[in-house]
Every structure is written in structure tokens, then in C-alpha cells.
Write a protein that binds this ligand. Structure first.
Ligand code: PEP
Ligand code: MG
Length: 325
């Protein structure tokens, strides 16, 4: 089977009825680059930059970061690389020692909140991304956005950084695309208000599920309630995709749901246009996409939007996945 999958490496990721899905890869470390290239993924849909913060060290400085991003840009060109700004805090790597522990880290100082509170650090990262953007196709994406104000503030910092670099004569991509992770329910609910201000959405289902159903994504006592096919999650994904389509931008999924081939029929049916998955999952997800009819997936997804029980939605998507699962 593995050989079969490898032989398909350069096959188009299109459904049987001709809808093309962008299949890209998530990475955390630069030494995964070879894996990404070998997988045949069309670029990186999520680079988790918090992994630059190793062992309690500070974030590398602007020039060191720019080197890392440039390596990604050049080695994967002409494919795009989406760099997510620091998503430290919460249960993730701490950005700096907190003076007191947070009672609810997942609801605390995390993601874009930290970046907006530490503009010096945030702007170093944005300038590093911009410097590297002259060497390939990069995009920037903001994590844990909960409202439009955060998007505007983050974009204002990006604009400031562009002006600073332009003044210094440093080349960068003036059209650098800007995206938002949709992973907090409030952002999904107002996706129509956010969409006109960005170039793409990437749904972070790991967090979107935990915040929607109030189930800690790492607490095994409640793991049974953590349901990717919960009707509310399905509706929020649909709402996000529709808001994006109305504004003429695309929606991808970069959470674990994207790599679960039982759910590929559901995600395609809901209108998702990009899937970003671990490099090892790329071949199987490619095969799933190529086996499915988009129009049949859409009919199933329409039905799922009217279904109240997670397990029934899971059964419906698995029913279609059976042919390759
Ligand atoms: C997500 O929340 O789905 C996601 C992709 O981001 P992370 O897992 O890094 O929080
Ligand atoms: Mg997340």
C-alpha cells in the first residue's frame, strides 16, 4: 500500500468530479522540510513558530528568525509557506516565566494576545517574516484571534513593519497575504465581519472543538466528549467557509481533523478548499481526496447540518470514507 501511495505523489489532489483541493503540510521543525518535500505536499499550511522557543530560551532574534523563514521559503518555492506568528502560552511553551500560574491557561495569555501585549517581540517576528518574503512565497497567519479588533491591531503592526523596512530599503513582498486562524468560536460566529479584512482563513479544529464543546483537548477524563463531528462544530465550520466564500477568500483546515481520513468527506462537503496535515498523513489524505465525489460529499454535509447527534454525523462521513479507509 505504501508503494502505491508513493507512486501517487505527483497526482493531482482533485475529487472525481474535478474539484481541486490544496494539500499542504504542517511543520514544527525545519528538519521536517525533506519529509514535506518527499510527501508531495503543496507547501506548508501551518508552521508552528513557537517551536523556535526551545527549552525555555528566548525567541531567536529578528535575523535568526529571518534565516529560518528564508530557508522554508527558498526550499519550498514556488509553493507557499504559511507562517503562524507565535502561539505560546496556555499549555504550550511559555513565552516568559509568568509571575503567577494562570487558573485557566487555555482561556488565558496565549496566541495573538501575547503578541499584542509584547509589540517589540511581535514586530521582530513580523519583520523577520517580511525579510524572508523576498525569497519565496510566504504568508502570515495569526493564532487564537477572538475578535476583529485583534485582527486590525495585528495588521497595523504589520503595516508599520512594512513601512520601516521600506524606509531602510529592505526588499519584501508588498502583497504578503494575511490570514486568521479560526479556532475560537467567537471568531467563527463573526467570520463574515473578519473575512473582508484578510486573505484566507485556516480553521484550527483542535482548539475550535475544545472551546465549542467546553472540553479540554488534553484532559483524558472528558476525551469522549471531544467530538470533531459535534453538530455545533460542523455548523461553525460551515459558517466560516460560507463567510470566506462570500468575501472571495479561501478556507483551509490545519487542525487534526484535516488528517483524519474518516472526516475528509465531511470537510470537502462543507466546502473546505485546503487541508494541511502532518507530512506522514499527506499520501493517505491525497488518496482520500482522489476517491471522493465533491457533489456527493456536499449532499452528505447538507444532511449533517440538520443532524443533532455527533455519532450519526460520524457514521455518515465514515460511510463515504469506507471505500478507501
Ligand atoms: C488547532 O488548534 O487546530 C491548531 C492547528 O493549532 P494548535 O494545535 O497549534 O493549537
Ligand atoms: Mg490552535
Amino acid at each position: 500500500v505504501r508503494q502505491d501511495l508513493e507512486a501517487q505523489r505527483d497526482a493531482a489532489t482533485a475529487t472525481t468530479d474535478g474539484r481541486t483541493i490544496t494539500l499542504s503540510s504542517n511543520i514544527e521543525f525545519l528538519d521536517e522540510l525533506a519529509l514535506v518535500r518527499n510527501s508531495g505536499a503543496k507547501g506548508v499550511g501551518l508552521y508552528r513558530t513557537e517551536f523556535l522557543l526551545l527549552d525555555g530560551e528566548d525567541m531567536p532574534d529578528e535575523h535568526e528568525q529571518a534565516e529560518a523563514y528564508k530557508k522554508l521559503a527558498t526550499e519550498l518555492a514556488p509553493h507557499p509557506v504559511i507562517i503562524r506568528t507565535l502561539d505560546a502560552g496556555g499549555d504550550k511553551l511559555p513565552v516568559e516565566p509568568l509571575t503567577e500560574p494562570e487558573p485557566n491557561p487555555f482561556l488565558g495569555w496565549r496566541g495573538i494576545r501575547v503578541s499584542l501585549d509584547r509589540p517589540g517581540m511581535f514586530k521582530e517576528q513580523l519583520r523577520a517574516i517580511l525579510r524572508a518574503s523576498a525569497h519565496g512565497k510566504l504568508a502570515v497567519m495569526f493564532p487564537l484571534v477572538s475578535g476583529l479588533g485583534e485582527v486590525r491591531r495585528a495588521k497595523d503592526y504589520l503595516k508599520e513593519c512594512m513601512d520601516e523596512l521600506a524606509k531602510d530599503g529592505v526588499p519584501f513582498d508588498e502583497k504578503l497575504e494575511t490570514g486568521v486562524m479560526i479556532e475560537v468560536p467567537s471568531a467563527a460566529v463573526i467570520a463574515d465581519l473578519i473575512a473582508p479584512e484578510v486573505d484566507f482563513f485556516s480553521i484550527g479544529t483542535n482548539d475550535l472543538i475544545q472551546y465549542t464543546v467546553a472540553v479540554d483537548r488534553v484532559n483524558h477524563h472528558v476525551a469522549d466528549l471531544y467530538r470533531p463531528t459535534h453538530p455545533a462544530v460542523v455548523r461553525l465550520i460551515k459558517r466560516t467557509v460560507d463567510a470566506a466564500a462570500n468575501a472571495g477568500i479561501w478556507t483551509g483546515v490545519c487542525g487534526e481533523m484535516a488528517g483524519d481520513i474518516r472526516l475528509t468527506p465531511l470537510l470537502l462537503g462543507l466546502g473546505v478548499e485546503e487541508l494541511s496535515v502532518g507530512p506522514h498523513q499527506v499520501p493517505r489524505v491525497r488518496r482520500a481526496i482522489r476517491a471522493l465525489s465533491h457533489s456527493e460529499c456536499s449532499v452528505m454535509a447538507e444532511q449533517a447540518l440538520m443532524t443533532g447527534i455527533s455519532q450519526e454525523i460520524m457514521d455518515a462521513t465514515m460511510g463515504m470514507a469506507k471505500q478507501y479507509y
